[in-house]
Design a protein around this ligand. Structure first.
Ligand code: HEC
Ligand code: HEC
Length: 327
C-alpha cells in the first residue's frame, strides 16, 4: 500500500483540512464579529472602548443600593470583609494602606470596565451600558471625585481625573544591572565570579582588548542597596574561592538571618573589625565552631546555624564565604 508510514499523517492532515478549514493553519472555524464583540470589551485609560449611552449619579444611587450595597456598603465603606470602594485617601504610604477606587485606582475607565465585566459579583455582565454609567458615576461621587450633577457618558467619563493617577508611572529601572555583551564577548570559562553587595556577579564579559571595560562590576556603591551585608564592603571587589562560591547558597539559606544584621551577638558578615580576631583563630577552629556550635562571649552560635540537614562541607563552604567577605 503506502511506500512509507510517514505518508499517513500527511494524508490524514489533508483529509481533515477539507472538513474544517479556517485561516492560514486550516484549523478551527472563523470567529464571527458577534463572537469577537463578546470578548472585545476592554476600556482603555483614555476612554477608548466606552460605548454610547449615559447615566447619572442620581440614577446610580438607587441601582447601587439595590445591586452593590449589600457587599460594598451604603457609602462604599465595605460590609464585613467585602472590599471598600471609597475612602482611604492619604493612607497609601502608611503602615495600613487602604486601597480603594478613590485612593488607589489610576483611571476611571477601569472602574467602568471592572463593573461592566465583573460586577455584581453574583451576576457579572448583567448590567446594561447605561446602568454601568450610572453606577460608575455614583461610585465616583461616593469618592468625592465628581459632584451630584455629574452625567457620565463617553466624553465626560474619559475626562475624569483620578486623585492617584500621578503615582502610576513607567518604571524605567533596567531589568539587568550589568551591561549585556553581544560582541567581543570573552570565553565564559574565563569569567571570574565576584561577590558584590547584591550577590554574585560574573565579570570579564568582554575580551580584554576589545576597547570595552572588561569588568562590569566597578565597585560602585550606588549599585549596592538591599542586601544586609555590611556596607564597608561596597567599594571592594572580592574574588571568591570555589569553596566560598558554593558557600554563598548555604549562607543565604542558613546563616544570613543572624550574620547579615548581626543579631544576638553574631558577627556581621563583611564587618572586618568584628572578624579579625575570629579569623586569627584559624579556619579549623572557625569550622569546628560553626559545625558543632559554641557559646562565646557574644552569644550562642547554634550548631550548623540550627540547620542539621546541612553537611559538614556545606558549613565549611559557608564559613569560607563569610571569612572571604570579612577580611
Ligand atoms: C456578593 C457580593 C458583591 C456584590 C453584590 C458586588 N460586589 Fe463588587 N466585589 C465583590 C468582591 C468579592 C470583590 C473583589 C473581587 C476580587 O478581588 O476578585 C469586588 C470588587 C469590586 C470592585 C473592585 C474593588 C477593588 O478596589 O479592587 C469594584 C469597583 C466593585 N466590586 C464594584 C461593584 C459594584 C458597582 C457592584 C454592584 C453593581 C458590586 N461590586 C456588587 C463582591 C460584590
Ligand atoms: C541563630 C543565629 C545564628 C545563625 C543562624 C548562625 N550563626 Fe554563626 N554565630 C552566631 C553567634 C551569636 C555567633 C557569635 C558567638 C560568639 O562568639 O559569642 C556566631 C559566630 C559564628 C562564627 C565565628 C566563630 C568564632 O569562633 O568566632 C562562624 C564562623 C559562624 N558563626 C558561622 C556560621 C555559619 C556557617 C552559619 C550557617 C550555617 C551560621 N553561623 C549561622 C549566631 C548564628
Amino acid at each position: 500500500m503506502f511506500r512509507s508510514l510517514k505518508l499517513i499523517p500527511l494524508l490524514l492532515t489533508m483529509a481533515f483540512s477539507v472538513i474544517v478549514s479556517a485561516g492560514p493553519l486550516g484549523i478551527g472555524s472563523v470567529a464571527t464579529p458577534e463572537m469577537i464583540a463578546g470578548w472585545d470589551i476592554d476600556i482603555r485609560p483614555d476612554g477608548t472602548g466606552l460605548p454610547d449611552g449615559e447615566g447619572t449619579v442620581a440614577a446610580g444611587e438607587g441601582l447601587y443600593e439595590a445591586k452593590c450595597a449589600s457587599c460594598h456598603g451604603l457609602f462604599g465603606e465595605g460590609e464585613g470583609r467585602w472590599p471598600a470602594l471609597a475612602g482611604g485617601e492619604g493612607t497609601l504610604d502608611t503602615l495600613h494602606p487602604e486601597k480603594t477606587v478613590g485612593s488607589y485606582w489610576p483611571y476611571a475607565s477601569t472602574l467602568w470596565d471592572y463593573i461592566h465585566r465583573a460586577m455584581p459579583y453574583t451576576a457579572p455582565q448583567s448590567l446594561t451600558d447605561d446602568e454601568t454609567y450610572s453606577i460608575s458615576a455614583y461610585v465616583l461621587y461616593l469618592n468625592d471625585i465628581v459632584d451630584d450633577e455629574f452625567v457620565a457618558n463617553r466624553e465626560t467619563f474619559a475626562r475624569v481625573k483620578m486623585p492617584n493617577e500621578e503615582n502610576f508611572y513607567v518604571d524605567n529601572r533596567p531589568d539587568s544591572k550589568n551591561e549585556r555583551c553581544f560582541e567581543n564577548c570573552a570565553d565564559p570559562k574565563a569569567f571570574e565570579i565576584v561577590t558584590t553587595i547584591n550577590g554574585l556577579t560574573p565579570t570579564g564579559h568582554f575580551k580584554e582588548d576589545s576597547g570595552v571595560a572588561a569588568n562590569h562590576y566597578d565597585g560602585n556603591p550606588s549599585a549596592a542597596s538591599e542586601s544586609g551585608i555590611s556596607k564597608e564592603k561596597n567599594d571592594t571587589k572580592i574574588v571568591l574561592s570555589d569553596k566560598a562560591t558554593l558557600g554563598k547558597g548555604v549562607y543565604d539559606t542558613a546563616c544570613q538571618a543572624c550574620h547579615n544584621p548581626g543579631i544576638a551577638g553574631a558577627p556581621r558578615t563583611g564587618d572586618k573589625t568584628a572578624w579579625v580576631s575570629r579569623i586569627d583563630q584559624g579556619m579549623d577552629v572557625l569550622n569546628g565552631h560553626a559545625i558543632n556550635g559554641y557559646q562565646g562571649a557574644d552569644g550562642v552560635m547554634p550548631a550548623k546555624g540550627g540547620n542539621m540537614s546541612l553537611s559538614n562541607d556545606d558549613v565549611i563552604n559557608a564559613v569560607a564565604f563569610m571569612v572571604e567577605l570579612s577580611r
